[in-house]
Ligand binder design. Sequence first.
Ligand SMILES: [Fe+2]
Ligand SMILES: [Fe+2]
Length: 329
Amino acid sequence: MRNILIRSTARALFRSGGNYHRSFSTAVIVQPRQHQHGGGACGSLYWQRMSTLPEKKDQQTEENKNDAKNNGNNSNAVVSSYWGISRPKVLKEDGTEWPWNCFMPWESYSSDVSIDVTKHHVPKTFGDKLAFRSVKFLRVLSDLYFKERYGCHAMMLETIAAVPGMVGGMLLHLKSLRKFQHAGGWIKALLEEAENERMHLMTMVELVKPSWHERLLVITAQGVFFNGFFVFYILSPKIAHRFVGYLEEEAVISYTQHLDAIESGKVENVPAPAIAIDYWRLPKDATLKDVITVIRADEAHHRDVNHFASDIHHQGKELKEAPAPVGYH
Ligand SMILES: [Fe+2]
Ligand SMILES: [Fe+2]
């Protein structure tokens, strides 16, 4: 489909005193999704990368010219100023344009990698043991399926790991509406976790490509897991959070194995994807090892948050009665 260039009235807004400058662009470019081929360990399916690719300036310039040329007879052009919406132009600290639509500079962070990777909640109650055994059973199945394909394993894991935070956050949101009560920041904390997990996935798809049967597995797993976890969380948020805590413990173990494979040379330590460098504020020459290290730190934080949430319920309290771990990842 033809690219559409929408010219809007020039307005500029400069914000001083912060790390970033924002301004409204004089032109908003709506681009079709970019498609790229590349070698991956998981398959050869043509993979759509959605919005994780940076806008390309050269391409935009060329598209601007083409669209300007065709503007006179393009009856499909959309006038953005009708709704007053334009994409703010955001600059990086070095003055270059922020290349991402899927997250903004103020959502990026430097990961705290000083984590205890061996931390484990010893199952005590029946619910704890049920959650622990369930996760261990799923672990056996995934190990049988993926074996030593670390990248594919990580990617599939992230498609599941991004679900509980969204379900928990959504159910707390609905509860807050139903009961006319604050949720103590926990909605935000859980939705942040879901978003953080989704960014892990957006990073992993830059490194590996799923085959058609893996994509089918993701669709099936999401359908089953979303609905199952939704009911699970309604019945017992206490066990549901414990289950996620154990799931995150397994994620920490998986990424530790991934790091070992990189260090031993089994997995090539390729350059980090650009999205990862900007999201975790990594150095420009960061590698896969750096990316896996910060993702593992995130998983350890999710582990702590979910075990903490379960502990709150174990004390007979509601989440809102304890400090919400907003921004804790
Ligand atoms: Fe993750
Ligand atoms: Fe996680």
